[in-house]
Design a protein around this ligand. Sequence first.
Ligand code: ATP
Length: 430
Amino acid sequence: SSGSAGTSGTRFDLERETELRFEVEAGERVQLELLSGLAEVFGSELNRNKKYTFGPGSKIAVFTWQGCSVSLSGTTEVAYISKDTPMLLYLNTHVALEQMRRQAEKDNERGPRVMVVGPTDVGKSTVCRVLLNYAVRLGRRPTLVELDVGQSSVSVPGTMSALCIERPADVEEGFSVQAPLVFHFGSTTPGTNIKLYNKLTSSLAEVFSQRCEVNRKASVGGCIINTCGWVKGSGYQALVHCASAFQVDVVIVLDQERLYNELKRDLPHFVRVVLLPKSGGVVERSKDCRRETRDEKIREYFYGFRATSFYPHAFDVRFSEVRIYKIGAPSIPDSCLPLGMSQDDTQLKLVPVSPGRDLTHHVLSVSSVDDDAEVGAGQSRGILESPVCGFIVVTAVDTQAQVMTVLSPAPRPLPRHTLLIMDIRFIDLK
Ligand code: ATP
């Protein structure tokens, strides 16, 4: 029942419990408008007679519980209606979580802590967004914990973060990210430094638990944890570690029975492990596509998102003003480690870096650690466990003059002077 072209685009009539899926072609924009009925995008309700714009590469599903008509204008790569969606199962999951929140309220306990897992491209982030939206629409204040260092929905890639959700995600922009808690990981895969990854997972869990102790709404709201698609070997161990660090009550496994069985076997019996299907609408993303999304996320950090443009600053920073570190010494064979040192120590070690040309284009995290904090071997913990207060990109290095030029969201001076190097590069084309 689709396809009748109107003056302002193509009209689609959707029956109840179906969804319109579309992808926006490269270099194009597509406008969506709800003409009648009720509809939502990943759990956020659409307003009638408002035009929503989606940029190149967007992959969107407009779902309706009651039936609706929408119009699309612009060039889509595909646009089709599907009757086969797992939304009812996702809704049932939400209902079960909401029951747990009500029970928690009554018993003065904490609400559900949920971990969403599965291989890449099964719609983990989307399921998190739907569950968070449904919870916040009922007045809950759940926390999103973002552990996907490759495709973070909260901050730039290479970070691990937590965000209190206070309103539904904006249909076009996603959740509003005011005051997230962000930690520096430094690369786009946990495998680069699994010790650090697990350590930061624990740090986030600790901060979240402390917040729950002083904030009843946060405690009842619970959390939804988005994880990486690496589910084998150390990646799997990291999931088990996360479950224990956050003391999760529910694990949602998307699409993979093997992972479901492994987690049922390895997690304590009181953890509810649920297997849910992935949506047929989730589109596989190529390596290039992932790289573009990461780049876009960094560009957004500096330049803003469409309507809200930011104007970043460029200025020089003298080498002597800052101290730059990389976390983790290159791993060396056990037999070569100095006496009394373990492999763990090398992975969590702060290695001072003297700036050179090879620093150009790297993203650096500005640590919130006190500038006066002494950094000895034993002090590295303070820096690892300090959240990040912002990011800069090195755009040029002049070793003669001993200065580097940086792109920064705020004018000089830097708010703090301890910088952590990411493996991630950003080439500013503006
Ligand atoms: P990753 O491998 O990065 O962890 P993921 O499992 O978290 O990925 P998502 O990011 O949730 O997957 O989804 C992948 C893409 O599919 C996103 O662009 C999302 O907008 C799109 N998508 C999800 N569900 C649907 C749907 N029902 N219809 C159309 N597109 C969808």
